[in-house]
Design a protein around this ligand. Structure first.
Ligand code: FAD
Length: 429
């Protein structure tokens, strides 16, 4: 029964005002009216985001439609030209000139937009029932009998809530407390650190933007000016696509280091770097790539970490969404979309008229059963796609890297797979 006459059914605290946390607050607000009070706690003093481009899949667009913000998302996005079939993949580790490898047979991305535009739109749709609290970095929570949770923040303040959702990203404090306070026997105590600590993928990611005008003046026929392009090479690849109504190219460049994934990363996880450092990584790539990177502005380097596959995403009245639950490699351009899908499913369940404080744990369990396997499947696919771009595919599951494709001989390539993602891949034997 709805109690919208005044008393809320329960209070939900969302920790983290990233894309996932914002989408959750919007979903609850839209479908529960004032039945649920939302407190959104953000560690920073504003809602910000890192990186430039984001691709929004068709499924994510459908969620946006349900939330009533599709028109605005659509206006702010750069659509692929109608003639474009999907990203073009090139064999690019050929210094004298690369060649086309394959093109996706389906358009995976419905649209591409600037990350800040997406966040700005989400902010506008926050419901009145949501109170935003900035400079509130959650450090841990305690379960208080009977039922409510005490939230502890880095500024020594506390707050209480009935339901807590961790949307606090890769380094999630909610995930840490959840696994450290699980009842004995639910997970192997020796694996708690495996679930709470982010894991290095062995990859560095350079993120930068390229002004289209600058590249057009230097190299008017550069392939990156024509299409969404993936430049592939041995243990390296670069993704380039237009954002900001085609004024900028968003460039994400991956380098896989020799060290094994899962080893600790030494050094700063995120740092600004020089253009020279970025260009240095791709000295063995085709001229189009070298020219592209010469036009780079303010590149930064990220040590790419993920969350190891979790056995669960909820405990009692606490749940995890988005990167807090399944931070994944970005090769499928799906992490934010998965965070939005988590938020939508969880938000609808919490907002359901039959959901009460007493049966919230069952609602959270339903969320886990629907979303966790699905998001983890996407994370595995994303990793697989990354290996393909890095010419590291054949026996990768057995830890046996395929050699040979790195030689990039055109005659070595042949079609071998029509994957679930719709990719038609060309690999050697
Ligand atoms: C190079 C790269 C490219 C990508 N490209 C794409 C793409 O094209 N498409 C796509 O869908 N995804 C992409 N992703 C993935 C996407 O960026 C993430 O999956 C998405 O941002 C996750 O959103 P989130 O809200 O779960 O977490 P976050 O965006 O990490 O937000 C977490 C929020 O919580 C706050 N916070 C953290 N700790 C605390 C705390 N203790 N207390 C309170 N607040 C806290 C943070 O300040 C932040 O605001 C990419 C990722 C990378 C690295």
């Amino acid at each position: 029964m709805s109690l919208s006459s005044g008393t809320p059914k329960f209070r939900v605290a969302i920790c983290g005002a990233g894309i996932g946390g914002l989408a959750l607050a919007i979903t609850i607000g839209k479908f529960a009216c004032h039945d649920i009070h939302i407190d959104l706690y953000e560690a920073h003093d504003a809602i910000t985001t890192a990186g430039a481009g984001i691709t929004v899949s068709r499924r994510t667009s459908e969620v946006m439609q349900e939330l009533g913000m599709y028109e605005e998302i659509s206006r702010a996005s750069t659509k692929p030209p109608p003639s474009s079939r999907g990203p073009r993949h090139r064999i690019s580790n050929v210094p004298q000139g690369g060649f086309e490898w394959f093109q996706d047979t389906v358009k995976r991305a419905a649209s591409i937009m600037h990350r800040q535009s997406l966040v700005d739109i989400l902010k506008q749709y926050l419901p009145l029932s949501c109170r935003l609290h900035f400079n509130k970095r959650l450090t841990r929570y305690d379960k208080q009998s009977p039922g409510s949770l005490i939230l502890h923040f880095a500024d020594d303040s506390t707050a209480t809530t009935d339901v807590l959702i961790g949307a606090d990203g890769l380094h999630s404090s909610v995930r840490k407390t959840l696994f450290e306070t699980l009842d004995r026997g639910i997970v192997d105590p020796n694996k708690i650190g495996h679930y709470t600590n982010p894991s290095w993928t062995g990859k560095l990611v350079y993120r930068t933007v390229i002004p289209v005008k600058k590249l057009s003046q230097m190299d008017p026929n550069n392939i990156a000016l024509k299409d969404f392009t993936v430049f592939c090479g041995k243990r390296k690849h670069i993704i380039s696509y237009p954002v900001s109504e085609g004024r900028l190219l968003n460039v994400v460049a991956f380098v896989t280091k020799e060290q094994k994934p899962g080893t600790p990363f030494e050094g700063r996880w995120v740092s600004d770097v020089s253009n020279e450092e970025l260009q240095e990584q791709y000295q063995d790539f085709e001229p189009a790539v070298k020219n592209l990177l010469k036009c780079s502005e303010n590149p930064s380097r990220w040590a790419l970490h993920v969350v190891n596959e979790l056995p669960l995403s909820t405990d009692d009245r606490v749940a995890l969404i988005g990167d807090a639950c399944h931070a994944m490699t970005p090769h499928f351009a799906a992490g934010a979309g998965q965070a939005i899908e988590d938020a939508f499913v969880l938000g609808r369940l919490l907002a359901h008229p039959l959901t009460t404080l007493d049966n919230v744990p069952a609602a959270l369990k339903a969320y886990q059963d629907v979303r966790l396997p699905s998001a983890q499947f996407v994370a595995r696919e994303s990793e697989r796609v990354g290996r393909i771009m890095d010419f590291n595919t054949l026996n990768a599951d057995r830890g046996n890297e395929q050699e040979g494709l790195g030689n990039s001989k055109r005659e070595d390539l042949r079609p071998v797979e029509a994957g679930r993602s719709g990719l038609v891949l060309l690999l050697n034997g």
